[in-house]
Write a protein that binds this ligand. Structure first.
Ligand code: BG6
Length: 482
C-alpha cells in the first residue's frame, strides 16, 4: 500500500538488540553451572567452524555491567537475552542453583537501572546435557514437565520485573538442525519421525509455559520467536504458485499456526500422515494448544532472509540443501523435495558472504503476511547483518551494516503505516558474539569485541562501531532520522 504521509513508529516503540546466553556469556562451568548439549556438541571434531566453543564467548557473564552501561549510553529501550537452563537447574530438573538465579537477577536489575526493558528468552537452544543423558531430551515427553518447571521458576523469580517473555527461540531451526540436518545437537540426520515428535513436545512446552505464566502474571506479554523466511514463487506458473503454498504450509505455517491458532495446518498434517511421520498427541494436547494460542500476545519474528520457490518434478532434486558456513559466497547448496518444491537462489537479490539474501522489503512482506493471517502484534526479535568487520585505527567503519539496518527499518516503518502492530525491533546482535556454526568471524554487533577465532586470544575490549552511534540517533528520533 502507498501512503502519502507516514504515521511512523508508535511512541512507546521498543528499539532493542538481542543476544543468547551460549553465544555471549562464557563462564561455561562457573558458579554451579553444568554442561548444556552445546558444551558437549562443540567438542565433537568438525562440528563448528575452526572448533570454536562458547567456553569464554565474549565473557558477558563477567562483563555484563560494562555491556549494559554501553546499552544505557546508547539509549537502548529493550535488551533481549536468554537464560541458560543449566545455570538455573544444572541437572535440568531437581535442585535449583541459587547462584544461577542471582546472575540473572543482577542482569535484569542492571538493565532496569538504565530504563532498559528486559525481554527474556526462556530457551535459546542450550538444553542441559543431563536431560539428554536422562531421557534424550526433547525426544521424550518428560521434557514438557521439566521445561514448564524451569520456565515457572523464572516467571516466579523475575515476573515482578520482566513483562516481556519469549518462550522458545526458533523452534524450527533447533529441531531442523538437530534432527534433519545433523548440524545442531543431537546431530541426527533425516530422522523425520522424531523431528515431528520433538516439535510436538516443543509446542506443548511452549503452550503449557504460556498458560503457567498467564496464571501467575495475567498482564505479562508472551510469545515464541519464529525464524521466518517468507517465500516467493519464482513465476506465475500455477505449479510454482502451488509449490510455494506447499512450502509455506510445511516450512512456516506448521509453526506459526500452532502458536497463533493452536492447530497444525490441515494439508501439512495430511501429508505427514501419508508418510507415517505425523506426531503422536496425548489426550488433552489439542485443547491445551488451543487455550495457549488464545493467550499468546505477539508473534516473535527473527527475520534475516526470504527464499524463492519453484516446482520440483518427481525426478527433480532431492536434498535438504547445504548451508554456507565458511563465508565464501556461492557455496550454499539448493534444497528440494521431489514432486513438491525446490529453493533456487533469487537472482534479483544481493546476498551476504554467507549466501543469505538481503531483502529489506521481505521484512514488510513478513509483517503483512502475519498480520493478515493472524492479526497479532509482532515483535521483531532478531534482524541483522553477519559480516567480516575490520578494525582500522582502532575503529570499525561498518557502513554496510548501517545501510542494511536502515533499509530494513524503512520497510518496517512502512509495515507500521500499513497497520501492522509492531511492538519492538531487536537487532541481532548487541555485542559481537559466537555464531553457532560460523565461529567468531561472522560478526553482527553494534559493539566490536576484541577476540580472535582462537579460544585464548584477544583482550575482549569493547569498541562501539559506527553503527552504534547511528542506532543511538535512530532511537533518539524514534526512527525518523535514518
Ligand atoms: C538465529 C539465531 O538463527 O540467527 C541466533 O537465533 C543466530 O542465535 C542468528 O546467531 C544468526 O545466525 P548465524 O548462523 O549467522 O550465527
Amino acid at each position: 500500500m502507498y501512503f502519502k504521509e507516514s504515521t511512523g513508529f508508535p511512541k512507546d516503540f521498543l528499539w532493542g538488540s538481542a543476544s543468547a546466553a551460549y553465544q555471549v556469556e562464557g563462564a561455561w562451568a562457573e558458579d554451579g553451572k553444568k554442561p548444556s548439549v552445546w558444551d558437549k556438541f562443540v567438542r565433537i571434531p568438525g562440528k563448528t567452524f575452526k572448533a570454536t566453543t562458547g567456553d569464554k564467548a565474549v565473557d558477558h557473564y563477567h562483563m555484563y555491567k560494562e555491556d549494559v552501561r554501553l546499552m544505557g549510553e546508547m539509549g537502548l529501550k529493550t535488551y533481549r537475552f536468554s537464560i541458560a537452563w543449566s545455570r538455573i537447574y544444572p541437572d535440568g530438573n531437581g535442585q535449583v542453583n541459587e547462584k544461577g538465579l542471582q546472575f540473572y537477577d543482577d542482569l535484569i536489575n542492571e538493565c532496569l537501572k538504565y530504563n532498559i526493558v528486559p525481554m527474556v528468552t526462556v530457551y535459546h537452544w542450550d538444553l542441559p546435557q543431563a536431560l539428554e543423558d536422562q531421557y534424550h531430551g526433547w525426544e521424550d515427553r518428560r521434557i514438557v514437565d521439566d521445561f514448564v518447571n524451569y520456565a515457572t521458576t523464572l516467571f516466579k523469580r523475575y515476573g515482578d520485573r520482566v513483562k516481556h517473555w519469549i518462550i522458545l527461540n526458533e523452534q524450527n531451526v533447533f529441531t531442523g538442525h538437530g534432527w534433519m540436518l545433523a548440524k545442531h545437537p543431537p546431530g541426527k540426520f533425516k530422522d523425520m519421525k522424531t523431528y515431528y515428535q520433538v516439535n510436538h513436545h516443543a509446542f506443548m512446552a511452549h503452550a503449557k509455559s504460556v498458560l503457567a505464566l498467564k496464571e501467575l502474571y495475567p498482564d505479562a506479554l508472551v510469545g515464541s520467536s519464529f525464524a521466518y523466511g517468507p517465500a516467493y514463487a519464482v513465476s506465475d506458473k500455477p505449479e510454482d504458485q502451488m509449490a510455494c503454498v506447499d512450502y509455506e504450509d510445511l516450512k512456516s505455517y506448521y509453526w506459526m499456526d500452532v502458536y497463533a491458532y493452536g492447530r497444525y495446518p490441515r494439508s501439512a498434517m495430511k501429508y505427514l500422515e501419508s508418510l507415517g511421520v505425523a506426531p503422536h498427541f496425548e489426550e488433552g494436547d489439542a485443547e491445551i494448544l488451543k487455550e495457549a494460542a488464545s493467550k499468546v500476545d505477539f508473534m516473535g519474528v527473527n527475520y534475516y532472509k526470504t527464499c524463492s520457490i519453484e516446482y520440483n518434478p518427481l525426478d527433480g532434486i532431492d536434498s535438504l540443501g547445504g548451508e554456507n558456513n565458511t563465508g565464501k559466497k556461492g557455496t550454499a547448496e539448493m534444497e528440494g523435495v521431489p514432486g513438491m518444491y525446490k529453493v533456487p537462489a533469487n537472482k534479483n537479490l544481493p546476498t551476504t558472504d554467507w549466501d543469505w539474501t538481503i531483502d529489506p522489503m521481505g521484512l514488510r512482506f513478513a509483517c503483512r503476511k502475519i498480520t493478515s493471517r493472524y492479526d497479532l502484534p509482532i515483535v521483531i526479535s532478531e534482524n541483522g547483518l553477519g559480516a567480516f568487520d575490520k578494525l582500522e585505527d582502532g575503529k570499525i567503519h561498518d557502513s554496510y551494516r548501517i545501510e542494511y539496518l536502515r533499509n530494513h527499518i524503512e520497510e518496517l516503518k512502512k509495515a507500521c503505516d500499513d497497520g501492522c502492530r509492531i511492538l519492538a525491533y531487536c537487532t541481532w546482535s548487541y555485542t559481537d558474539l559466537l555464531s553457532w556454526l560460523n565461529g567468531y568471524q561472522k560478526r553482527y554487533g553494534f559493539v566490536y569485541v576484541d577476540r580472535d577465532e582462537d579460544e585464548n586470544s584477544g583482550t575482549l575490549k569493547r569498541i562501539p562501531k559506527d553503527s552504534y552511534y547511528w542506532y543511538k540517533k535512530v532511537i533518539e528520533t524514534n526512527g525518523e532520522e535514518l
